[in-house]
Design a protein around this ligand. Structure first.
Ligand SMILES: [Zn+2]
Length: 368
């Protein structure tokens, strides 16, 4: 604190009066560092107007610098991006829940280098993660990040988006349903991720849903060099709106949250597991058999493995629960279904029984 006061005092001698920090912007950021300067400015106002102006000007400077940088701090110690194929990379997130230890990096953050620039898939759960991913991109290529798309409305897909806006990314894409949901639930989502991952790290995330170009069904983006990126919603699944990203020229499909490899698929209250199986099937039918798969969760893999880990699991559990229902069994019988062949998958304990219960209720209620 001592250093900061010295800095402000020094400024007061040289800068005199400068434009004050715009109140609307200042109140919108909730940045403890800036708030500290504002409080200091109020204090010194009692002493001198000149000192007050200088303190405010300094806060404005810090604010502008922070905003331009998107994030100020050291890169987080996240895993190094894995090379999937030429120019295609993914940082494989933690296979468990979002916690302070994994900084909210529990999904995959991917990027593709094209002739005209870099396409990022998923914004990350906070600006620190987005910044850390950006440092990895910069270590591989000099090309600017030009495009960003998000897989769905979840915090780890979206909350870091304000970083990418601040560093000048103009082309942001989301399905309209995901964007509307994120927009209307922004405060709840930010609060939830703050509580689970950490307030400080989540604090400066802003709702930038108004900056997104939205689409329904599908959208093809020309990324230069004769290549395209196809964003496609194959239907509901883990979340009601789900965006997959397909690059025909690289034979790569990023499934978004339709695809879980290794990690157990997880059902939320809004998960339509039967639609999920249909959407997954539609996705597999859409792509050639030699396509490389980057799942939403887990390591990149081939199509046969991706199908086994996700689609085959859903079909197994659907059939097994249907059999319980047909035989007049209870929800406890559904929960008791043998899933031990999947027991080595991360979050098995948290997911398996809940998934069986969820499917039982879907069948009994005729809806999820
Ligand atoms: Zn997710």
């Amino acid at each position: 604190m001592k250093n900061r006061i010295i800095a402000v005092t020094a400024l007061s001698l040289t800068l005199g009066s400068l434009p004050q920090l715009a109140q609307a912007e200042a109140s919108a950021i909730h940045d403890p560092y800036i708030e500290g300067f504002k409080a200091y400015a109020q204090e010194v106002k009692k002493v001198s107007d000149e000192l007050y102006s200088a303190a405010n000007a300094y806060a404005t400077d810090v604010f502008k610098t922070e905003r331009k940088a998107g994030h100020i701090g050291n890169p987080l110690p996240i895993p190094k991006a894995v090379k999937v194929t030429d120019g295609v990379y993914t940082v494989v997130g933690s296979m468990i829940w979002h916690t302070p230890a994994n900084f909210g990096l529990n999904n995959n953050l991917s990027f593709i280098i094209f002739e005209d620039g870099v396409f990022v898939f998923n914004a990350g759960a906070n600006t620190a993660l987005a910044y850390s991913l950006h440092q990895q991109i910069k270590a591989i290529t000099d090309k600017p990040v030009k495009w960003l798309a998000v897989e769905n409305d979840q915090g780890h897909a979206y909350l870091g988006a304000s970083y990418w806006v601040d560093v000048g990314v103009k082309n942001l894409y989301s399905s309209s349903l995901a964007n509307d949901t994120f927009d209307s639930e922004f405060t709840e989502k930010k609060t939830e991720w703050s509580e689970r991952v950490g307030k400080n790290i989540t604090n400066d995330a802003r709702n930038v849903s108004d900056k997104f170009t939205t689409f329904e069904g599908e959208l093809t983006i020309d990324v230069g060099g004769g290549e395209t990126v196809q964003l496609k919603d194959f239907g509901p699944g883990h979340t009601p709106a789900s965006t997959s990203l397909y690059i025909p020229s690289r034979k790569v499909l990023m499934t978004g949250d339709l695809g879980f490899n290794e990690r157990m698929p997880v059902f939320f209250k809004y998960t339509d597991s039967f639609a999920w199986a249909d959407s997954y099937k539609a996705m597999l039918d859409f792509i050639p058999e030699d396509t490389l798969i980057v799942p939403g969760h887990g390591t990149p893999t081939d199509m046969a493995t991706a199908k086994k880990q996700m689609y085959d699991y859903l079909v197994y559990l659907h059939n097994a629960v249907q059999k319980v229902v047909d035989e007049g069994g209870s929800v406890d019988d559904a929960i008791a279904i043998d899933q031990s062949m999947y027991k080595d998958r991360p979050v098995f304990e948290q997911a398996a029984k809940n998934n069986a219960r969820h499917i039982y209720q879907e069948i009994m209620n005729g809806s999820f």
